[in-house]
Design a binder for this molecule. Structure first.
Ligand SMILES: Cc1cc2nc3c(=O)[nH]c(=O)nc-3n(C[C@H](O)[C@H](O)[C@H](O)COP(=O)(O)OP(=O)(O)OC[C@H]3O[C@@H](n4cnc5c(N)ncnc54)[C@H](O)[C@@H]3O)c2cc1C
Ligand code: FES
Ligand code: FES
Length: 483
């Protein structure tokens, strides 16, 4: 197949011959003339380009907000694309979300407004009247410089209180989506560059082996920026989003198995059920738009020292199933990272699944993210800790950090000093100086080396206090306790 098809405003659109890394935003503004969708940052940060994607899930259409600026056009094959123009036809009354924004004075210069409309549209479409914190989360990926958020939140509350969700249109869209469901490989080629989208796991394994230099594309929340910000020309892109089985998620008695194509949004409820602590961490990863597209597989494969999911997964003892051609191998996640941006992935190999063990009943697990903002910010330091105590002694301890070295890594010396010790403040204080053997952090724009070293030690102390029955501890109390 050398063309894509998607539904827009109730019509099936076919697009042939396009640049393999053309973004949906470029297509909307330059080809469709839909300039309501704005470009602010072109890197997934501001939300001005937000659109909603409709997909068939269990026979019904489900809509999610995504950033069009870092979404490649080939990735919307077989989906419904909803833009701000889809909601506001000149002859029709304004959409309830738009009407509420008008009534609540939720717009001033208006540049951000289409993005807010689309984020709220997804909430309005999918949610039962959301809570205040649900609305705040839904809007964490949308920046407004002039109106202020109070009237926008008020508009969200007003719009979502309205009950009519126009179900009839959804049934018709479901039929269209069924008719254009991708069944064979998509291969778009232009000027010697390719966008390949297989539909089966074996087909994917064969393609990756045949094109070991290809860039694998999952949610594109890292790869998209290589194109929009670094202006890289990617010769061959292999898209994982249509591969049946790669987005499967299975819960067994001893582990959760997460396909590499599972988005954060889909993984979070399951992970949160068995490891509630990780939910708070993942809610701070990017924004709703980023989590709707981005995958844990991409966070791992990207090999960044500051991927937020990595310390938590290492602390939980996660492992990876890697596949090369027909052959699978399993590797502990902590052994996957070799050096800065260098991983154990062999040419022609890809991440197939992530295995997250169930924690033992007597294991205590915590995650911490230190960043300048609560939402939508990259960590200065991120940590995942797990301790198992039996007969008043530490029998297992995993102190995993991101942002402290060129790779996500465990504090081995510190851990070793605490094994066999009682889990007390005194024991932890005695072991903390060993963190200087474990890590020599860098200074960069996010934090100084000294800050990182101090905060890492404080986090271990906080963990000990929180898991030894003393309850949560505030940052202030720790700062006061600094020697
Ligand atoms: C605005 C914004 C905010 C962000 N905030 C955060 C944050 O708070 N914390 C954080 O950790 N990250 C953050 N990120 C980074 C990004 O969202 C994550 O790293 C995400 O998990 C990447 O997943 P993806 O599916 O989008 O990967 P992609 O961009 O598709 O791919 C990333 C890398 O992984 C490779 N890859 C993907 N899947 C596989 C596979 N199955 N096998 C082998 N290789 C593969 C790709 O080739 C590429 O090298 C942010 C990004 C943006 C744009
Ligand atoms: S233009 Fe800013 S998120 Fe897309
Ligand atoms: S109304 Fe001006 S940026 Fe939001």
């Amino acid at each position: 197949m050398d063309r894509i098809r998607f539904v827009i405003d109730g019509e099936v659109r076919t697009v042939e011959r396009f640049d393999p890394t053309r973004t949906v935003l470029e297509y909307l503004r330059e080809t469709e003339g839909r300039c309501g969708t704005k470009e602010g940052c072109a890197e997934g940060d501001c939300g001005a380009c937000t659109v909603a994607l409709g997909e068939l899930v269990d026979g019904a259409v489900r809509h999610r907000a995504v950033n069009a600026c870092i979404l490649f056009l080939g990735a919307i094959d077989g989906k419904e694309l909803v833009t701000v123009e889809s909601l506001a036809k000149p002859e029709a009354p304004a959409h309830p979300v738009q009407q509420a924004l008008v009534e609540c004075h939720g717009s001033q210069c208006g540049f951000c407004t289409p993005g807010f409309v689309m984020s709220l549209y997804a909430v309005w479409r999918e949610g039962d009247a959301p809570t205040r914190s649900g609305i705040e989360q839904a809007l964490a990926g949308n920046l407004c410089r002039c109106t202020g958020y109070r009237p926008i939140v008020a508009a969200a509350e007003r719009a979502c209180a309205a009950s009519d969700r126009s179900e009839s249109r959804r049934v018709a869209t479901a039929e269209q989506l069924r008719a254009i469901r991708p069944t064979e490989m998509l291969a778009i080629e232009q000027n010697g560059r390719r966008f390949l989208a297989p539909t089966g796991l074996d087909e994917l394994a064969h393609l990756v082996l045949a094109h070991p230099d290809a860039v694998l594309l999952a949610g594109g929340t890292d790869v998209g920026l290589w194109v929009t910000k670094q202006q890289r020309r990617l010769p061959t892109v292999i898209y994982l989003g249509r591969v049946a089985g790669l987005a499967d998620l299975a819960v067994g008695t001893d582990r959760i198995e997460i396909g590499a194509g599972v988005t954060y949004t889909d993984a979070m409820p399951v992970l949160a059920k068995y490891h509630p602590e990780i939910d708070g961490l993942l809610r701070r990863l990017g924004s709703v738009q980023i989590r709707n597209a981005g995958t844990i597989g991409g966070n791992i494969a990207n090999g960044s020292p500051i991927g937020d999911s990595l310390p938590a997964l290492i602390a939980l003892g996660a492992s990876l199933v890697l596949r090369r051609g027909p052959v699978e191998r399993t590797l502990p996640l902590e052994d996957y990272f070799l050096a800065y941006r260098k991983t154990a992935l062999a040419p022609g190999e890809f991440v197939a699944r992530i295995r997250v063990p169930m924690a033992a009943a007597d294991t205590r697990f915590r995650t911490y993210k230190i960043a300048k903002r609560f939402d939508q910010d990259i960590s200065a330091v991120c940590a995942g800790f797990a301790v198992t105590i039996r007969a008043d002694r530490v029998v297992d301890l995993r102190l995993a950090f991101g942002g402290m070295a060129g790779i996500p890594a465990r504090a081995r010396a510190c851990e070793q000093a605490l094994i066999g010790q009682p889990w007390t403040q005194a024991a932890v204080l005695a072991a903390l100086p060993l963190l200087t053997q474990d890590f020599a952090p860098l200074s960069d724009m996010r934090a100084s080396a000294d800050y990182r070293a101090r905060v890492a030690a404080n986090l271990v102390r906080k963990f000990q206090i929180e898991t030894s029955g003393a309850g949560p501890v505030g940052v202030l109390a720790l700062a006061e306790a600094q020697p």
